[in-house]
Every structure is written in C-alpha cells, then in structure tokens.
Design a protein around this ligand. Structure first.
Ligand SMILES: O=C(O)c1ccccc1NCC(=O)[C@H](O)[C@H](O)COP(=O)(O)O
Length: 391
C-alpha cells in the first residue's frame, strides 16, 4: 500500500496519494479525506496509466489491487463523514476490505450489515454500481466532448419566478413519472413526450423527468426525447446523483437542472457539485426533508433553489405539514432575506394543498402522481390548482 505513493512514471501519483498521511488514525484520515477527496471519482482520476501497460507499485503490489484498497478506504471514510453530518444513508455496502487489506483494525471490523436499511439506501447502492459501469463506457473526457453538442441550458429558476409572478400561484414543476417504489405503476399508457406537451399546454413552468430505470421506469432517452421534441419548459433531470460524472451526463442529455439530495450527499459533495453545476450552466435543486438537512444546506454558499420533500424517502410516509414546519421562524426569515426559491415537493393533490404550502412560503411546487394519473395530464393541472393556469 505504501508503495503506491512512490509510483514512478509512466504512472502519475498526484497529490492525493503522495500527500497521504503515514499514520492512519481515524481523525487524521477524516481530515485528510475532507481536504483531498470527494469520491472515488477523484481517486480513479488520480491513478492513471499513461501508456496502458500493467502497473506495479514499488512494493510489488498491482495498481489494480492498490486502487481497490484505496477505493474501499475512501468508501469507508465517506460513510464516516456522512454519518457525522447526520446522514443515515450509506453510500455503498460495507462489504469489508479487499482480501489483502492490512489496515486499521476498526476498519476490518466494519463489514457487517451489507443489506440496505431502507429503499433510499438500496437505490443509492444500485446507482453507485450503475454509474461506475456507465463511467467505464463513457469516461468524463467523452462527456466533455459531447457537451459541445448539447442544447443550451435554460433558466430553470427564471421560469419558476415568471410563472409565480404571472399566476400569483406557485410555479409548477410537473413530473413525468411512470412508476415509483411507493405507488408502483402510476400510468400504463406512458408516452413521455405526449405527457410533457400536455403539461406545457396546461401551464407548467418546468418539467421534472425521472431518469432512473430500475425503480421509477424512467430513462435518459425520455429526457432527451422531450428536449428534442421542442418542449420549451426547462427540464429537471430527476436522478439520484452520487457522482459528479452524472452532472455532465445529465447536461449532455439536455437537462437544465439536477436534483441533489441532502439525505444522500455530504456537505462537501453538495458544495463541489454546485460549483460544477454553475460551470455547466445547470440549476441545482437541493432537496431536504428535516431541520438538520435544511440547516446544512442553508450554510452552503450559492444555494438558490431548495426543495422540501414531504415524503420521507426512507419510510415513504407523506406529510405536507413538513413544508410548513421547516419554513417557520428563523429559517423562513433567512429564505426571504436571501430570496431563495422554495419548492414544496410530493403529496400535493388539491387546491387546498397548494394553498397550504403557498401560505407556508413556497413559490414553486413539484407534483407527479396527482397529475400524471389523469387521462389528460394538462387538465389534471387545472384540477390541481382549481383553475386554468395556462392563461
Ligand atoms: O415517489 C416515491 O415513491 C419515491 C421513493 C423513493 C425515493 C424518491 C421517491 N420519489 C421522488 C419524489 O420526490 C417524487 O417523485 C416527487 O416529489 C413527486 O411526488 P408526488 O407528487 O407525490 O408523485
């Protein structure tokens, strides 16, 4: 393991590896992690063969083996950092170290519980695997090239503000959602482009397109098809983002905005991803569900759009009073002072629900089930608001 730090050309061992502390007590490791790494994404990027030959470190250990250990160590540290911020979702299963690992004893003990504790954790673990496979096929360099041909990013927040000003009601992000883990299939006859056009006609300001296939029966093809069909509403790529690579991927597929879930991402990842979003012209909708997540997100610079999910993603429990509770008092004041747009998400079915969250302080709402289930989803919007908001 130590040999990795002294790898010589043609392998580039950059600062992450060469500056690694020699003593691996836990606090040192955490500080080191905080300073140097966001995810295995950066670990991979920093051990590169420049000529493609098999790599062996000075201790005789193969680079692949060393990389596996390094990835596992970073994974452990990610979980530690996250739980220190109250995040219960573990980024990947604690499957135990690679076979030849001879590291700190406390890490070797932590290989229990490798079944997900709840649905969100299961989705995240699955996404982590999915993304590493996709990354093999489309590395960042390929995506960066593809960005040149991506359609321009549109103003997601501007569209929400304009709708709110025009109607005096929260701007609607209408969700193109075929199925969900909590509700199963929502719509059998599912034509994403037709639904998107119907939403636009019905007065939606923006659209949210689920791209997760396994749990929501969505796809990036749907996102791309809606964008290519000329729908003018800005598009949110509704995905479980665990890696900055996905931001680039979403942008190449025509997304104007992405979702960052505070229950999944530690602060450092959110900060880092917001910076990348700004570079790519993407709007970040950062989602929270409780006070602790909300406070973490409010402490991050550059936040413009925050969603309060009324659905507990670990238990599926829906309660729209969460939006009210989180926007009361000091937090509501901060939001107003900073002119942050708040989005009420999930479980909104009636004009009374809309009035309730608007009264609580949201200027936008994200709605799926109640409108996607209607035979005419655009008309479903009129039913939701109790009036035609397209004019
Ligand atoms: O909808 C689910 O069952 C679900 C389960 C696990 C993670 C996320 C989930 N939904 C994502 C969303 O937040 C909703 O799709 C969105 O807010 C719209 O909600 P709704 O109007 O209740 O369909």
């Amino acid at each position: 393991m130590e040999g990795l730090a002294s790898l010589k050309a043609p392998f580039q061992a950059t600062s992450f590896l060469s500056s690694r502390p020699k003593t691996w007590d836990l606090p040192t490791q955490l500080n080191f992690y905080k300073r140097n790494s966001f995810s295995t994404f950066s670990v991979r990027a920093q051990v590169e063969s420049t000529d493609g030959s098999a790599a062996v470190s000075s201790s005789g250990e193969s680079v692949t083996e060393a990389l596996k250990i390094k990835e596992w160590e970073v994974g452990m540290l990610e979980n530690e950092v996250a739980s220190g911020q109250g995040i219960r979702i573990r980024r990947r299963p604690p499957s135990g170290p690679p076979l030849h690992y001879v590291g700190p004893f406390q890490f070797r003990l932590q290989n229990e519980g490798n079944t997900p504790r709840n649905i969100l954790e299961e989705i995240v673990w699955n996404k982590d695997k999915e993304v590493s496979q996709l990354k093999e096929r489309k590395p960042l360099s390929v995506l960066k090239k593809a960005l040149e041909n991506a359609p321009p990013a549109r103003d997601f927040i501007g569209a929400l503000r304009a709708a709110n000003e025009r109607t005096g009601l929260p701007g609607l992000i209408a969700e193109v959602k075929k199925a969900s883990p909590s509700r199963g299939i929502l719509r059998e006859n599912f034509d994403p482009v037709e639904i998107a056009k119907s939403y636009e006609k019905g007065g939606a300001a923006c659209l949210s397109v689920l791209t997760d296939e396994k749990y929501f029966k969505g796809s990036f093809e749907n996102l791309e098809a809606i964008r290519k069909a000329g729908v003018k509403c800005p598009l949110l790529c509704k995905e479980f983002i665990v890696d900055a690579w996905q931001l680039y991927y979403a942008r190449t597929k025509g997304a104007d905005a992405v979702l960052l879930i505070a229950a999944v991402l530690p602060d450092l990842d959110i900060k880092y991803m917001i910076k990348i979003c700004k570079i790519l012209g993407l709007t970040a909708l950062v989602e929270v569900h409780d006070e602790r997540e909300f406070d973490r997100v409010l402490a991050i610079e550059g936040i413009e759009l925050i969603g309060i999910n009324n659905r507990n993603l670990e238990t599926f429990e829906l309660d729209i009073s969460i939006t009210k509770k989180l926007l009361e008092g000091e937090r509501g004041k901060i939001i107003r002072e900073r002119d942050i747009i708040m989005v009420g998400e999930s479980g909104l079915f009636t004009p009374e629900d809309i009035a309730y969250v608007q009264e609580a302080g949201v200027r936008a709402i994200l709605v799926g089930e109640s409108i996607v289930k209607q035979s005419d989803p655009g008309k479903g919007i009129s039913n939701l608001f109790g009036k035609d908001i397209s004019i």
